[in-house]
Structure formats: C-alpha cells, structure tokens
Design a protein around this ligand. Structure first.
Ligand code: NAD
Length: 374
C-alpha cells in the first residue's frame, strides 16, 4: 500500500492511500482532535474525479467536528472515503486493505458505517484494526443508532415546541413527518405516544399504510407534504429539502427532523427566520446516533442507560442554540456553528493549543455524494 500525506490548511492530517493488490483508492481526513479522536463514517461512493472525493472527505470531516462538539461526545471530527461503486466493487480484500490504512493513523481516526458501507464491511475492517465503532451489540459495539437518533430528534422537537408554543407538551400539535424509515417511523411512534397528530409521507407506500393503521396518521404525498398545514414539519428522508421552491410552500411554525443537510444552502436558514419558522439545526437534533456510538469510548464501555441519558440532553443543546440565535440575532443554523466554534475554542485555550486557520463554510462546494449520512 502507498500512503501519501496531503497538506490541507485547517486540517490536522489528510492521507491518500492506494493499494494495487486490492484496488483500494481511499482518503482519510482528520479535521480536528481537540476534543478527542476523530470519529466519522467511512463512505464508499463512485466519485468520477479524485478531486470530488477529496472535497467530500474534507467537507464531511469538518461537519463531524461541529456535530461532535455540540453533542459533547468527547470526540473530534474525521471522515474516510473509498472511491468505488459500493454495488459492484466491494470485496473482503478491499475492506481489509482499508482497515490497514485506518490502522496507520494510530487511533486518531475512528471509523463507522456510512453511505455505501455496512455492518459486514465494519466487521472485516475490525479484523485489521481496533479503530472501528458502531459494531453490532453481539460483536461488542453499540448497535443500530437509529432509535437513539429518533429519541434525540424527539427531544429537539420538544425544545422547539416550548419556544414556539410556550409548552413542552406535544399533545394536540400536528407534526408532518417526511420519511418513515428507521428514524422517521420510530420518531412518529414517539410523537403519537406524546399525543401529537400525525401527517406522514414516504415513497414506500407500505410504510405510509403501516403508519395510518398503527399510529392513526393521515397520509400525505411526497409532493404535498411541504404545503400541509401543521405545527411542525419533520424532514426524515432526504437532504436539501428546505430550498427556494419549498420555503414559500411551508405552513408550519417549526422545521425539526433527523435528515442530514436539510438546508439546500446556508442562506435558507436566514429565509426560514424571515418567514418566522423556527429551524432545529440538523447536525444538532440528529446527533443521537453519534452520541450512542461515543458511549463505546467511555471507561467501562457501552452502556445503553448512559447513552439514553446523554441523548436526552439534545433538548438542552437545542435550547442553547435558540438562546444564541436570539441573543445574536442570527439564524439557528448559524448559531449552531457559532456554538460549536466556541466549544472548540474554549477547549483549545484550556489545553494551550493554537487556533487553526479557519475555512469559511461559504467556500465549500455543494455535496458530491448523496444519501444517508450518519
Ligand atoms: P432510511 O433509509 O431508513 O429512511 C429514509 C426513508 O425516507 C425511507 O423509508 C425512504 O423510502 C423515504 N424516502 C426517500 N425519499 C423520499 C421522499 N422523496 N419523500 C418521502 N420519503 C422518502 O434512513 P434513516 O436511517 O431513517 O435516516 C433518515 C434521515 O436521517 C437521513 O437523512 C439520514 O441521513 C438521517 N440520519 C440518520 C441517522 C441514523 O441513525 N439512522 C443518524 C443521523 C442522521
């Protein structure tokens, strides 16, 4: 295997690896380890250009630093990408090779599942390096993160309802849930238990029918969900759903859901504020999964009760962001970044570390790969 270190300002370490025998071409970016080792998923994607893979690994690693900082996981931010088609180019040798690559970073980067990789791939890599997280519970890991992501999203919704309607009680509020997958369905169930009325949609009609039958939800469609009259819109399917086309359609007071990268562009956070719609920043409200994984690194190892306790604190994190947004008169999406930067800066000062050269988010090109991010 050939490993080359790339110098990227603002990043602690970035590596490119090639292995002719297994066909591996991969990148690891360690963005920031001020708060702990850099945790972030390993994505496999058919990038058409190597530059696109580098852009993605850098953008996603930086996002993980902010996500972990606000979630107070005691971890830093990093990411890995493997260049290749996950449907046709996976092999045991490829993931063994990736495991060896990860091992060379000496634990400063810890991997997990992401778009294009699955449990089997994690188990293969674990054979080469201990720096793999999120394994199934029967393999000593923290297991499926989705129920924890749903719990955290629920807590974030409660914090938003308290702000917008002056009460933590969701009884009688109407929530429109877009996407009834692993997270969305569990969230819908929790909302129903809290007395909320549900409007739901999914491209998978059987999930919608299940929610109608089990949760008494009213079915909407993927096209009309944005215009439904409701108190809360909860995007739990795709990214970039809050955009120039959908914002004028919204008839809700709150947007709060689990989907990653909900704002098509940063300026859409401002647009929501102008319309008087309270937005729960995605990387804060959907941090339950990463919080659950982070508990693997606590002394004594993974503990579900400890994880639940920490995930419940997403309520406070969202409240802090709302308070910062009001105090500084900035959108909540911006307040979340301000808060993350402050947590990092305070930690650097406490450790006597210098401030790194910063990248402005506006300088980032749009996402290259798509799909479910953890
Ligand atoms: P999932 O694939 O299980 O569920 C997504 C659901 O959305 C599916 O049921 C799918 O049919 C539906 N869907 C797709 N396109 C749609 C459309 N146009 N309209 C309506 N529904 C549509 O994924 P998940 O694990 O439930 O994750 C949901 C979102 O939350 C994703 O954006 C993911 O990145 C994010 N997220 C998930 C986790 C986690 O722990 N699973 C953690 C953080 C963030």
């Amino acid at each position: 295997m050939e490993i080359q270190q790339l110098k990227v300002p603002g990043y602690e370490e970035v590596y490119r690896a090639t292995d002719r025998r297994s066909g591996l071409l991969a990148f690891i970016a360690v963005h920031d380890t001020t708060l702990g080792p850099a945790l972030g998923g390993c994505r496999m994607w058919h990038f058409s250009r190597e530059d696109d893979a580098i852009t993605d690994v850098l953008r996603l690693a930086r996002g993980m630093t902010f996500k972990s900082a606000v979630a107070k996981t005691g971890l830093g931010g990093g990411k890995a990408v493997i260049v290749g088609d996950p449907k046709t180019q996976k092999s045991t040798e490829l993931f063994r090779s990736m495991g060896r690559f990860i091992h060379t970073v000496g634990g400063r980067y810890i991997t997990a599942e992401d778009v294009g990789t699955g449990t089997g791939d994690m188990i293969t890599m674990r054979g080469e390096t201990p720096y793999v997280s999120g394994l199934p519970r029967d393999k000593g890991g923290s297991g499926d993160p989705s129920p924890f992501t749903a719990l955290g999203t629920f807590q974030g919704i409660v914090a938003c309802a308290e702000e917008a309607f002056g009460k933590k009680d969701l009884n009688g509020l109407t929530v429109a849930v877009q996407g009834l997958g692993n997270v969305g369905y569990d969230l819908a169930r929790r909302l129903k238990e809290a007395g909320a009325k549900l409007i739901v949609t999914d491209v998978n009609e059987s999930r919608v029918q299940q929610a109608v039958k089990e949760l008494g939800a009213r079915a909407s469609t993927p096209q009309s969900i944005y215009g439904e009259t409701c108190d809360i819109l909860s995007p739990c399917a795709l990214g970039a759903v809050i955009n120039d086309r959908t914002i004028p359609m919204l008839k809700c007071r709150i947007v709060a859901g689990a989907a990653n990268n909900q704002l098509a562009e940063d300026r859409h956070g401002e647009a929501l504020l102008e319309r008087g719609i309270l937005y729960a920043p995605d990387f804060v409200i959907n941090a339950g999964g990463i919080i659950n994984v982070s508990v693997e690194f606590q002394p004594g190892g993974y503990d579900e009760a400890a994880s639940t306790k920490r995930v419940n604190r997403i309520y406070e994190a969202i409240r802090d962001i709302i308070a910062t947004s009001k105090a500084q008169q900035i959108p909540t999406s911006q307040a979340a970044v301000v808060l993350a930067e402050k947590i990092l800066s305070d930690a650097r000062k406490a450790k006597g570390l210098p401030e790194p050269k910063r990248f402005e988010p506006a300088a980032w090109p749009a996402a290259v790969s798509h799909g479910t991010e953890r």
